[in-house]
Ligand binder design. Structure first.
Ligand code: ATP
Ligand code: MG
Length: 432
């Protein structure tokens, strides 16, 4: 390990970002903003309100809400003791904090609560493409109804999100993982099967097959996948109520026009998760093939000390979705103002301000330079229009407005400049 800078006094300057953490530079942020804007818009159309919860919570919330025996809680959390001796953790996912806030703020008084969120999450994992230690999720939770129609609507929302983002080639994988009534029988059947193929399983799975047999089906070790290929599937063991619920979700998705593929091997290893489970997968991102995941958790609010309320949620991995989106170019300035001399600048400052207040994107040079140098900058800025104010224009109270594509140039009185630019911007672009 080259982690010699563990003591602050040994830090080498200039400092690098911590491994697995990334800066998002202006070139990329246009794409982030598009993703966020689309999500905000689609969530709004489906009646979701945004919730913003803290970045860290008491560690026990995650241990209880995500599960002690999960990879996240066992080995991925950033946990620290603060100056009061309290164990806190950076949030590794959003659901636990949202449910904590739902209980604390008594949102359960509403019949149905639809919450969405966006923000950074933290997991100590091995960084690679689409896998970081600080990454971002956008997600949603619907609390208060166990109706399969809620599942259908939430999944349909996701389909609309991806459609609007023009992310194609995703597969929606769907399963039902039953309820506390039907899962134990399945668990027994699964353990009996696993005992028969024990030698072929990885050490981890050999150990967890009793406590948490469903998670063996989720193991990423190829040998385990091979060994459990013929394992019994949960869909064969669903009780009548779970089977009906699952049927209704599938019928609803079909009616809404959302294609899915049943994957009876997709599981969640915690007993307060139940019934609907789903993942959106891609073949375009190598090992990081899950873009978004979610499911029903009808006993999580109770588990976290609240009144029982059924819920369902999902989270999408922002970095992974961004890898699947086409590039978005940040908008160029509308207008570049070339000012020659201090007097021109002084006269133009209030006009520049008025233009910006009127919604025009204005750029300019700051370090003087002659006409040629400033025009070069105007060109480089990508601005569609350029306004030139030299000594001679200043004396006559006018400026030259020039179409940077080279089609036209005309003279406009300074007091009409903002209106002229706005009119020019709203006119259709002539191709050149
Ligand atoms: P994986 O199997 O890829 O580790 P996961 O099951 O741990 O995923 P979830 O906890 O279901 O993931 O999180 C939902 C989504 O968040 C994932 O589908 C993925 O898109 C994204 N995600 C999870 N961990 C990371 C990470 N370390 N870096 C980037 N994105 C992540
Ligand atoms: Mg993971």
């Amino acid at each position: 390990m080259s982690d010699s800078a563990s003591s602050p006094s040994q830090t080498q300057f200039p400092v690098q970002a911590v491994r697995g953490l990334k800066d998002v530079l202006p070139d990329e942020s246009a794409k982030w903003q598009r993703l966020e804007a689309v999500c905000r818009d689609v969530f709004g159309r489906y009646g979701f309100g945004e919730i913003r919860t803290p970045i860290f919570e008491v560690t026990g919330l995650f241990a209880r809400g995500i599960g002690e025996a999960t990879d996240i809680v066992e080995k991925e959390m950033y946990t620290f003791v603060d100056r009061n001796g309290q164990s806190l953790s950076l949030r590794p996912e959003g659901t636990a904090g949202v449910i904590r806030a739902y209980i604390q703020n008594q949102l359960q008084r509403e019949a149905l609560t639809r919450l969405c969120y966006a923000g950074p999450m933290f997991r100590h994992e091995r960084p690679q493409a689409g896998r970081q230690r600080q990454f971002h999720q956008i997600g949603a939770e619907v609390l208060g109804s166990a109706s399969p129609s809620v599942d259908v609507e939430l999944i349909t929302l996701m389909a609309d999100l991806f459609r609007e983002l023009e992310v194609t080639g995703l597969t929606l994988e769907l399963n039902s993982i039953g309820c506390p009534d039907c899962r134990p029988a399945y668990g027994e059947a699964l353990v009996a099967f696993l005992d028969g193929v024990l030698d072929a399983l990885c050490e981890n799975c050999q150990r967890r097959r009793h406590g948490n047999p469903l998670r063996v089906l989720d193991c990423k070790v190829p040998a385990c996948g091979e060994a459990t290929r013929l394992a019994p599937v949960i869909t064969g063991c669903l009780c009548a109520a779970c089977a009906d619920h699952y049927r209704a979700v599938k019928d609803g998705l079909a009616a809404a026009g959302v294609a899915y593929r049943e994957n009876p091997r997709m599981v969640r290893g915690l007993d307060y998760y139940g019934r609907t489970a789903f993942e959106w997968t891609t073949t375009a991102l190598g090992a990081q093939n899950t873009v978004a995941a979610g499911g029903r958790y009808d006993r999580l609010t109770e588990q976290l000390g609240g009144q029982p309320r059924p819920g369902i949620g999902f989270a999408l991995g922002v970095e992974r979705v961004l890898l699947l989106m086409r590039d978005v170019v940040a908008p160029a300035p509308d207008l570049f103002v070339v000012m020659l001399g201090d007097a021109a600048e002084a006269r133009m400052l209030p006009i520049l301000r008025a233009a910006r207040q009127a919604g025009v994107r204005v750029d300019r040079a700051f370090d003087g330079g002659g006409l040629k140098a400033q025009l070069k900058r105007a060109n480089k800025s990508g601005a569609r229009w350029c306004a030139i104010v030299g000594e001679e224009e200043l004396a006559r109270g006018v400026c030259q407005i020039k179409d940077m594509a080279g089609h036209s140039q005309r003279e406009v009185a300074l007091e009409h400049m903002v209106d002229a630019v706005r009119a020019a911007l709203s006119a259709p672009r002539t191709e050149g």
